[in-house]
Design a protein around this ligand. Structure first.
Ligand code: GSH
Length: 235
């Protein structure tokens, strides 16, 4: 194995799309690692490991390599790619590489964060989130024209970054009772999603959608309670 004796640990949680993208790259490169589950049920009670490793954002994932922490999933996967050179995920062309680095965080904010907010917003704000998420999906649909994967003929950085769409987005759609990711509007994205699910290092890592639906139901409940408390305290 590429990582024998390299001490790699991934601090994360099973439901986090950000954690999965790191795990996918570790698996793609054949790096052995230990998974350390962080319990985020009580956000005021995070482990000292997480607080020490990521004192700025206090979020998962964290990658520990020889005890040195690296945070933020997109930076972590770039670090892995630069450290273990087998199966590179970045395009060789510098312009393509710059574009990949540009799109990944932009789409994270519009799509992951936007769809998450759909679970607990309503009225005008919900309409705004739906618009933003639809714009992001349209952008991705355009990017896929004439391509098998975002990375071209093989899976690359952007496929890994957007890979969470495969299951997470459908689960959010179900819990939010909205229909924003249908195959008629985004045919290429659906074809890509089915292909990505079959990729060897992704296939066995995906949880049944029902499990994520149950998770998002609880998440929605907690966010709605929090919002109600905020309103109560301001009235
Ligand atoms: N931009 C970060 C986002 C990570 C993130 O939001 N992680 C969530 C779990 S999915 C978390 O740790 N939440 C804890 C909190 O919000 O305090 C990344 O790409 O790593």
């Amino acid at each position: 194995m590429a990582s024998e004796g390299q001490e790699v640990k991934l601090v994360g949680a099973w439901y986090s799309p950000y954690v999965h993208r790191v795990a996918w790259v570790l698996k793609l490169k054949g790096i052995q690692y230990e998974f350390v589950e962080e319990n985020l049920r009580d956000l005021n009670n995070k482990s000292s490991l997480l607080l020490n490793c990521n004192p700025v954002y206090k979020k998962i994932p964290v990658l520990l390599h020889h005890g040195k922490p690296i945070v933020e999933s997109l930076f972590i996967i770039q670090y892995i790619d630069e450290t273990w050179k087998d199966n590179p995920i970045f395009p060789t062309d510098p312009y393509e590489r710059a574009m990949a680095r540009f799109w990944a965080p932009f789409i994270d904010e519009m799509l992951i964060e936007g769809s998450r907010r759909m679970l607990y917003t309503e009225g005008e704000q919900l309409k705004e989130e739906i618009k933003q998420v639809s714009n992001a999906l349209q952008l991705l649909e355009e990017m896929l024209k004439g391509k098998k994967f975002f990375g071209g003929e093989k899976v690359g950085f952007l496929d890994i970054a957007f890979g969470w769409i495969t299951i997470w987005l459908g689960a959010i759609e179900e819990v939010a009772a909205l229909d924003f990711f249908n195959p008629y509007q985004y045919p290429l994205l659906h074809i890509w999603s089915n292909k990505f699910k079959e990729v060897h290092f992704v296939k066995d890592s995906l949880y049944p959608k029902d499990k994520l639906v149950r998770f998002f139901n609880k998440y929605q409940e907690s966010q709605l309670k929090l919002a109600a408390k905020k309103i109560e305290s301001t009235t």
